[in-house]
Design a protein around this ligand. Structure first.
Ligand SMILES: O=P(O)(O)OC[C@H]1O[C@H](OP(=O)(O)OP(=O)(O)O)[C@H](O)[C@@H]1O
Ligand SMILES: Nc1ncnc2[nH]cnc12
Length: 183
């Protein structure tokens, strides 16, 4: 049923479910909350179908979906299942057991460090990164650096929301970002 819905309708369904919260988590930030998307199966399905369509058209050789802590974990495994590929976690530092490698980065509202298990991805594997939102691009940039360390081939990045004024797409170049909703 959902697959038959036009793209425009799917995008409207998703956009309606994104809530803005001014001045969260600090003054001047408009926080774009994706929680209502998760509460609505049709909206969540629309997100996954639009990502799936894009990936099947533009990255048919993808071998692994790499999700970013924490909200990339909400969409990544669903997409990976649809595509019939695996899912790997990029986590905030200190959460993963065994040998890991890490990269630090700055956020729209803070500083952090991400890490991945060293054996999560094999050299040469084709991966797509996924997160809920692209702001300054610091997080995705750091995740792309992790991919470099593991010698993975990044086919692109997927986000539900892109905050275009913050120029995250510039930051992660030459990697490409596909976003569903832009502000
Ligand atoms: O493009 P950037 O400026 O790097 O910002 C985007 C990142 O910020 C948010 O995560 P956050 O670090 O708040 O963590 P969370 O997902 O654990 O809430 C968001 O989910 C992205 O991962
Ligand atoms: N404005 C924003 N809304 C939600 N998540 C974010 N992560 C970084 N900036 C954000």
């Amino acid at each position: 049923m959902m697959a038959g819905r036009p793209t425009k309708e799917k995008l409207e369904l998703i956009t309606q479910k994104i809530r803005p919260f001014p001045d969260f988590p600090s003054k001047g930030i408009v926080f774009r909350d994706i929680c209502p998307i998760l509460k609505d199966p049709a909206a969540l399905n629309a997100v996954i179908e639009l990502f799936e369509e894009h990936v099947r058209e533009t990255c048919p050789g993808v071998q692994m979906i790499v999700g970013l802590d924490a909200r990339g974990f909400l969409f990544g495994p669903l997409l990976a299942q649809r595509l019939g590929v695996g899912f790997v976690l990029v986590r905030k530092k200190g959460k993963l057991p065994g040998p890991t490698t890490s990269v630090s980065y700055t956020l729209e509202y803070g500083k952090a460090e991400v890490e991945i298990q060293e054996d999560a991805i094999e050299a040469g594997q084709k991966v797509l990164l996924i997160d809920d939102l692209l702001a300054t691009g610091g997080t995705l940039y750091a995740a792309c650096e992790l991919m470099k360390k593991l010698k993975a081939e990044v086919l692109g990045c997927l986000v539900v929301i892109e905050l275009t004024d913050l120029k995250g797409a510039e930051r992660i170049k030459p990697n490409h970002v596909f976003s569903l909703v832009q502000y």
